[in-house]
Ligand binder design. Structure first.
Ligand SMILES: NC(=O)C1=CN([C@@H]2O[C@H](COP(=O)(O)OP(=O)(O)OC[C@H]3O[C@@H](n4cnc5c(N)ncnc54)[C@H](OP(=O)(O)O)[C@@H]3O)[C@@H](O)[C@H]2O)C=CC1
Ligand SMILES: O=C(O)C1=NCCCC1
Length: 304
């Protein structure tokens, strides 16, 4: 008889998951995925169920890594929230299966591990980091970027100044709060966009040539965070081409060409043009959660 599934809470996940262990495993999985070798990594494009009444979506994100024998699915609800709403904008549950029997081994709620500190695409000398948006993703991106790199200055902007101020008070290091996006990104080497916007908030004319933009929000075909100028002038990298052309409003509506998948850079089949202005359009992938969930489950078992 299969063991009943274990429930791993978010606070436990945070104690069990370390980027230094996770990132090498993610890189291997992404490199394999980019070969589009369905015998190695099976990850269909996210199925999205609209929740019109609540201005939201349920996304189903299954993945199977054949060689590693990891079968997982994330179920994620995400919403477009009005300014001042106290309801969460994203909630996720991750199920890790035993692929041989089909029983669930572990359930984790919520787990959203999509941060990716892209030193590959960042300018060689990156001193100023600007984060646009000041919610949950802003904090996790702040943590991973500042743990991995040493920025001289970190800035934050949010739609409401109070959100940005609260964010700045919650971080370990010093963060300055800015009232306009244009000023906040002036001279920035790395810009992370983590907003719930559906219209562009970041405009190409404000972005320093050679900067790197990690674009995390705008995960629907009609949502935008970046304007056409930026999308067309930058070299655009994505996590999955198939996902990007189905889901990213910034790519679909600007008509921008995808230069490479991240995995193609990691496996050396496409170059990382870090001296150019680059955009990494992230939508989140099931294989990232699968690798993360396996690692968390292994660490959990070691402790219990
Ligand atoms: N690519 C990926 O893998 C993932 C993407 N996401 C996406 O990232 C984004 C941020 O998620 P999360 O941090 O959890 O959300 P939060 O609700 O925690 O934070 C949202 C932030 O965006 C701002 N914001 C909300 N609506 C708008 C708007 N219309 N225009 C400008 N700013 C706005 C909020 O400003 P204020 O509070 O000041 O009003 C706040 O700073 C979402 O779009 C989410 O769908 C999430 C998880 C993974
Ligand atoms: O990968 C994820 O998790 C999400 N991606 C885009 C929408 C919100 C959650």
């Amino acid at each position: 008889m299969a063991e009943p599934p274990v429930l791993i809470r978010q606070d436990e996940v945070e104690g069990l998951l370390h980027y230094k262990d996770l990132i090498p495993r993610l890189e291997v999985a992404l490199g394999k995925f980019s070969k589009l070798d369905s015998a190695e990594v099976i990850q269909p494009v996210r199925t999205t169920v609209p929740l019109q009444k609540y201005n939201g979506f349920l996304g189903l994100m299954p993945a199977y890594l054949v060689h590693e024998d990891i079968l997982c699915t994330k179920l994620v609800c995400f919403y477009k929230r009005e300014s001042g709403s106290t309801l969460p904008s994203t909630q996720a549950t991750v199920l890790l299966f035993d692929p041989e029997y089909g029983n669930v081994k572990a359930v984790s709620m919520p787990m959203i591990i999509e941060q990716w500190p892209l030193d590959l695409l960042m300018p060689a000398k990156s001193e100023v980091l600007t984060i646009l948006g000041a919610g949950h993703q802003a904090l996790s991106h702040y943590n991973v970027f500042t743990e991995t790199f040493s920025f001289k200055e970190v800035r934050v902007w949010s739609r409401r100044k109070e959100t940005a101020e609260r964010f700045a008070q919650s971080t370990q290091g010093h963060v300055t709060v800015w009232e306009s996006v244009e000023e906040a990104v002036n001279g920035a080497d790395v810009i992370v966009t983590v907003t719930g916007a559906s219209e562009p908030v970041l405009f190409g004319q404000w972005v320093k040539p050679g900067a790197h933009v990690a674009a995390v929000g705008a995960c629907r075909p009609d949502w935008r965070e970046l304007d056409d100028v930026l999308m067309r002038q930058a070299k655009v990298y994505v996590d999955s081409r198939e996902g990007a052309v189905a889901e990213s409003g910034d790519i679909i509506l600007s008509g921008a060409k995808v230069f490479a998948e991240l995995g193609e850079v990691l496996n050396g089949t496409r170059p990382a043009l870090r001296e150019k202005t680059t955009v990494f359009k992230s939508l989140g992938m099931g294989i990232q959660d699968a690798v993360s969930a396996k690692l968390v489950f292994e660490q959990w078992k070691n402790k219990h």
